[in-house]
Design a protein around this ligand. Sequence first.
Ligand SMILES: [Zn+2]
Length: 114
Amino acid sequence: MTLKEVKRRWKTASETGKLTKSMKQILKLWKKHEGKCHICGQLVPNPLLQTELLTSSNYPSRDHIIPKSKGGSYKQKNLLLAHRKCNVVRGNIDIYDIPTKLKHKTWEQLKEGI
Ligand SMILES: [Zn+2]
């Protein structure tokens, strides 16, 4: 999905109040993690309230604790809040293998580190 599509979807959702299941999950995660990406520790804009702040590197996604490719589910307990790009950089790396030192860095730094 392109950034333009992401922004359009969230803007429509904010105007109509109609949210998809994945949007509801992201908002729940945002609240639970106080808007912080679990990979880099940086803030993720609230997609519903700060739609205009979303960029191609900072828009939110659901990161799987157990990756989808390893049988992880879309249940809320298997999900964490992450920037889309951090999520992509993490890929299929097991969450317990993400070195602590890689946390609290920007996704650009993470990308170099992995
Ligand atoms: Zn991040």
